[in-house]
Design a protein around this ligand. Structure first.
Ligand SMILES: CC(C)(COP(=O)(O)OP(=O)(O)OC[C@H]1O[C@@H](n2cnc3c(N)ncnc32)[C@H](O)[C@@H]1OP(=O)(O)O)[C@@H](O)C(=O)NCCC(=O)NCCS
Length: 319
């Protein structure tokens, strides 16, 4: 027993920050950002909290699925930036939407949505659930170093949710982790202990862009290849790829490696930048509402991120 996707819903902050506006903050320009990343603008939280966004996405997904919050058996929130260290963001979502079921968070950085899908699949396999809500949302704008032009141009806030029901539309799923805190790291903030003897690192995103780039292209190519093989299908059977929206050049290079028509990759990076774990479901939701996905389509999804983690899967779109 696997699952089927019953509905999707997104939530993004209102404020649109263009490349030109960023150019007034750090030494960069629209042309550099567009040609090196494909990003034209991103959404940044001003008024919205992560709770506002996660709850909005959850309600939108429930509405799209035609499911009441009371019918949910499990809520998983994939995020690095929950409102609190504890309680989990999933518990806050549960209260706000009026559900009555177990709820917990998962942190696999930008791969979090695929990790959450795999966890949910286990609950369906054990017949413990009939309906699961996954909300994937990050607001990295509050841990970006806004003076570092090599990272602050890449990220944006936002994400989306999906509602899963019983079905057999997950054809394969694969996760990987390679422990590494050198190439991509966001340390915790202040340590309140007067006894702690270690030096604190600055609580902002640190990244070796070139190293992450190489990891990303390999992870996307190997992940999709394995998921396609595990699903027992051919690369040519894929109708649509929903890739992690980190850099358009990473997507282009992966498409070339895999020999999949670039036109089949759904991209919205130009409007949102990299929204971390929100990225794949945000693209899935927009592909859903734009009518890009047709009932019966074979869809590959893949993501990569800090950890270093990666995740890929193949599903049948059945909505
Ligand atoms: C970050 C990234 C866009 C950099 O692109 P790149 O083509 O490798 O650029 P480089 O790092 O080689 O930098 C080239 C030059 O541009 C400069 N540069 C960096 N950021 C810049 C910016 N925003 N504007 C203008 N110039 C910039 C660099 O300082 C460097 O100048 P130099 O040659 O004088 O030293 C790219 O490596 C990348 O996307 N990596 C993956 C990041 C990622 O996906 N992270 C999230 C994972 S979930």
């Amino acid at each position: 027993m696997g699952f089927t996707i019953l509905g999707t819903g997104k939530a993004v902050p209102e404020y649109v920050m263009t490349n030109d506006e960023l150019s007034t903050m750090v030494e960069t320009n629209d042309e550099w950002i567009r040609t090196r990343t494909g990003i034209e603008e991103r959404r940044i939280c001003k008024k919205e909290t992560i709770t506002d966004l996660t709850v909005e996405a959850a309600n939108n997904a429930l509405q799209n699925a035609g499911i009441q919050a009371s019918q949910l058996d499990l809520i998983i929130c994939s995020t690095m930036r929950g409102e609190n260290i504890t309680p989990s963001q999933a518990c806050i979502i549960q209260r706000e939407i009026g559900a009555d079921c177990p709820a917990f968070d998962v942190n696999a950085a930008c791969s979090g949505f695929i990790y959450a899908l795999d966890i949910a699949d286990g609950y369906f396999a054990r017949k413990k659930v009939k309906h699961v809500l996954i909300v994937s949302m990050d607001n990295l704008s509050n841990i970006i170093d806004w003076t570092d032009r090599s990272t602050c141009v890449l990220f944006g806030d936002g994400g989306a949710a999906v509602v899963l029901g019983e079905g057999d539309d997950l054809l394969s799923i694969n996760l990987t982790s390679v422990g590494n805190d050198e190439v991509l790291l966001i340390p915790h903030g202040t340590n309140s202990s007067p006894f702690y003897e270690h030096e604190e690192k600055r609580a902002v995103l640190h990244m070796m862009g070139g190293e992450v780039y190489k990891f990303a292209v390999n992870a996307m190519s190997a992940g999709i290849r394995k998921s396609v093989s595990d699903a027992g299908i051919e690369m040519s059977d894929i109708d649509c790829v929903i890739p992690h929206q980190a850099n358009m050049r990473i997507i282009n290079a992966s498409a070339k490696n895999l020999g999949i028509d670039r036109e089949k990759f759904f991209c919205n990076i130009q409007h949102y930048g990299n929204t971390s774990s929100g990225s794949v479901p945000l693209a899935l939701d927009e592909a859903n509402h734009a009518g890009v996905l047709k009932k019966g389509d074979i869809v590959a999804m893949c993501a990569f991120g800090a950890g270093l983690t990666s995740g890929s899967c193949v599903i049948r779109w059945n909505k």
